[in-house]
Design a protein around this ligand. Structure first.
Ligand code: NAI
Length: 765
């Protein structure tokens, strides 16, 4: 018999990993997952069970954290925070110690994760645990570098962190490592199905010398999570479903708590006809069958070029038939158990209710397992192409041209990740910037690393985790901010000095337009003189401005060089009319306007300077490739300006358009006339129509519509009136980015005007 024949006839033999040590560890802990507060194990109550989904056996009891317990943990974190924030080197040493101890206990962590979650040991051992460890190593470095590299930023304070069950340890690492590195303390709530690896981690924290109160873990379910959201924390970092993300956005609205949301996805996996088909098929195994498809960035929508679709599906089905599904502790298993029977029931329901296309499934053992599934011939609008299934189910369709591929790929409310497969790097790099996604993998999939930011756009949430870009979510600028007092508009009774109608119109789509409602309001000077009238914008005018911003989408594709030139030109034209603007400001406010005009010209110069310098980075990631961290405009921004009549407008507009965004600015309510004069400056400065739109009117009338508008990507409020609650709650509709401040700086504005897209490209050996 030849060796080849032996290999061909060899039967599959299981290679199970032992669970003895992990089960012993659990029983030594009393078999109950409890809270870890202020460096000590707190209440241990058997409130609900954590089961092994692969066998249905009970693993441990879990304590459901009460509001009092959550508050106790937050109090401990609050007390520990100032000392923890003081010494970056000390933090680096502690994070490094955590990483080393996680390495030492890597096998225990991996087996506990498999028992609790049902994922294959191969993945927990080779992916989840090493990546979690890498996160602590990498962020030990950021702790060390913080003082030198981020001298103008400081910790937020206490961070409440809520994580899902799909990567219990990895999500914990993603949340805790950056927060700690930047000098924050944390209260973390694991998901109810998977609390156990967080307990091992808490034990490691004690061993690593983490000071009491710096890391607190409170177990429980959604009620415990809600208690944490409502506790006295400075930030909530959430990963989970879009539905819960929306609730959290509404609950934190107006509280001043920072928020990051990493939500669902329906990521496209695009295969062009010139792709290396075998590699692309193999990639799909990692895209949709990794972790049973319970991955927020799973390549769950296959878009394959029509000419190769049949061949591709045939090869894929052959590969699917070879996937081994069963006992997750078996080192040869590809697909393990679904996390819980409730999740299995949801996947089963979604697939069985579908009547579109053709379904191909392989077999799965009895129990909490779901077979690898491919559904071909779906229309792009089919619910399985649109809804997150969060299971091993691949929905597929075909496309003909690259532009059609982009159109289908972007036809979703999500925007987390995308994979592009083509041997033509020109094509791949042409497609990558066109995809609405926070992460794009070229000829690869599901690659993640501590050095590269992870996070989405649209309803996949906001904020990045990992890389330099992830640090801004756990820090704030050091500047102390003084609240600005609201100014009441001056009143008067004067008849207009000019019998002709001089009502300033709105500025929409590069044209001066009458307000939809046909109303206007008078503007008086400090001594009651009527200076003029401005239009009162309503909801319809806002909609028209959004349409105008849509029509100006080409602006985001212009070069930084061009945008800089236009900003310099605006500055030049404003400068030429400096006296006129200064007089106007004086007439409205009673105070000299000279320095404000000068500051506005400077703000334009600053934004112009940054337009071609606020660059991205190339992240070194430990795979055969690099991640290009590209700064992209957030899109269409609505702004409520403050009451510095001209500067308030310019300091929002300039950085926003410098980064390629389009803006609709609602001018100062008491002092709108400098804004309306500014139209002419824009008109003479080559600003394309629709890039800047200016409305005047009542802020409280427009703010809620701006916040809820489904086609605005971000809302900034610099208004001295408190619209935070309205704006942040309203933004939950389409998970907009919001920025509420009374002291905007150009540097902060650049951060809010951009979102980082990480494009992973093959590079080198
Ligand atoms: P979920 O969003 O309900 O749970 C995630 C975390 O939030 C858990 O720790 C949970 O206890 C907590 N939570 C639940 N309600 C809360 C509330 N009102 N306030 C604060 N915290 C709360 O997700 P779930 O139920 O585990 O899964 C449901 C679906 O969500 C899945 O089928 C999947 O489609 C999606 N999902 C997406 C994830 C992602 O990473 N994008 C991760 C987990 C689930």
């Amino acid at each position: 018999m030849t060796i080849k024949e032996i290999f061909e006839t060899m039967d599959y033999g299981p290679a199970p990993e032992s669970s003895t040590e992990a089960l012993q560890w659990l029983s030594d802990k009393g078999g109950i997952a409890g809270h870890y507060i202020n460096g000590k194990w707190g209440a241990l109550r058997d409130d609900f069970a954590s089961n092994n989904p692969a066998t249905g056996e009970r693993l441990a009891g879990v304590t459901k954290g009460t509001t009092d317990e959550v508050n106790e943990a937050v109090k401990a974190a609050r007390k520990a925070q100032p000392t923890w924030a003081k010494d970056g080197h000390k933090r680096a040493r502690v994070l490094y110690a955590i990483a080393r101890l996680m390495q030492k206990h890597a096998r225990l962590l991996a087996v506990v994760e498999v028992l609790d979650n049902g994922k294959p040991i191969r993945e927990a051992r080779d992916i989840d645990v090493p990546l979690a460890i890498r996160h602590f190593y990498h962020h030990a470095g950021f702790a060390q570098l913080m003082d030198d590299e981020l001298p103008n930023r400081e910790a937020l304070g206490v961070c409440g962190q809520i994580i899902p069950w799909n990567f219990p340890l990895l999500m914990l690492a993603w949340k805790i490592a950056p927060a700690l590195a930047m000098g924050n303390t944390v209260v973390l709530k694991p998901a109810e199905y998977t609390s156990l690896s967080a307990m091992v981690f808490a034990d490691i924290c004690t061993q690593a010398g983490v000071p009491p109160g710096v890391v607190n873990i409170v177990t429980g379910d959604g009620d415990t999570g809600a208690a944490l959201v409502n506790a006295e924390v400075d930030k909530i970092a959430f990963t989970g479903s879009t539905a819960v993300g929306r609730i959290i956005r509404e609950q934190t609205a107006g509280t001043g708590k920072a928020l990051s949301l990493e939500l669902g996805g329906k990521s496209p996996y695009i295969v062009f006809d010139d792709a290396d088909i075998d590699s692309a098929v193999e990639g799909l195994v990692d895209a949709i069958w990794f972790n049973q498809g319970q991955v927020c960035c799973a390549g769950s929508r296959l878009l394959v070029q029509e000419t190769i679709a049949d061949t591709f599906y045939a090869k894929l089905k052959t590969r699917m038939a070879g996937l081994r599904i069963g006992n997750p502790l078996d080192k040869c298993i590809d697909i393990g158990a679904i996390v819980d029977p409730a999740q299995l029931a949801q996947i089963t329901k979604m697939v069985s209710e579908n009547t579109d296309g053709e379904t191909y499934q392989t077999a799965a053992p009895d129990g909490c397992f779901y077979p690898p599934t491919l559904i071909t011939g779906l229309s792009p609008a089919s619910s399985l192409m649109q809804e997150e299934i969060f299971g091993p189910v691949l929905a597929a369709t075909t496309f003909r041209t690259p532009s059609e591929a982009v159109e289908i790929a972007n036809n979703t409310r999500y925007g987390l990740a995308a994979s592009v497969w083509s041997e033509n790097i020109n094509l791949a790099l042409d497609i990558a910037p066109k995809l609405a996604a926070g992460i794009v993998w070229i000829n690869g999939t599901n690659m993640m690393d501590a050095a590269a930011g992870f996070g989405g756009v649209r309803e996949s949430g906001f904020g990045r985790e990992g890389g330099w870009e992830g640090l801004s979510g756990y820090t704030k600028p050091k500047t102390s901010t003084k609240p600005v007092k609201p100014i009441a508009a001056f009143t008067g009774t004067d008849a207009p000095s000019d019998p002709l109608d001089r009502t300033a119109k709105l500025y929409i789509g590069g044209k001066q337009s009458r307000p939809d409602g046909g109303y206007s309001q008078a503007v008086f000077g400090p001594k009651g003189a009527r200076l003029g009238d401005v239009s009162t914008a309503n909801r319809k005018d806002l909609r028209n401005a959004v349409e105008a911003m849509n029509a100006a989408k080409g602006w985001s594709k212009t070069t930084g060089h061009l945008r800089a030139q236009i900003l310099y030109y605006i500055a030049e034209n404003l400068s030429a009319r400096a006296d006129e603007f200064a007089n106007r400001i004086k007439a409205m406010t009673g105070k000299s306007g000279t320095s404000e005009v000068d500051a506005s010209v400077q703000a334009l110069f600053s934004a112009a300077a940054w337009a071609d310098k606020y660059d991205g980075q190339v992240h070194g990631v430990p795979v055969r490739g690099v991640a290009l961290a590209m700064k992209e405009p957030v899109g269409k921004i609505g702004v409520l300006c403050n009451d510095t009549p001209l500067l308030g407008l310019v300091q929002a507009m300039a950085p926003a358009i410098a980064m390629g965004n389009r803006v609709t600015l609602l001018a100062s309510q008491p002092f709108p006339l400098a804004a309306t004069d500014f139209y002419q400056v824009l008109e003479t400065s080559d600003v394309p129509a629709g890039v800047v739109n200016i409305l005047t009117g009542d802020h409280s009338e427009i703010a809620p519509h701006m916040a809820k508008h489904m086609d605005i990507d971000a809302v900034w409020s610099f208004s001295p009136l408190d619209f935070a609650k309205q704006i942040e709650a309203g933004s939950a509709t389409n998970i907009k980015r919001t920025w509420i401040t009374q002291n905007p700086t150009t540097k902060e504005a650049l951060l809010h005007a951009t979102e980082v897209k990480n494009i992973w490209v093959p590079y080198g050996e």
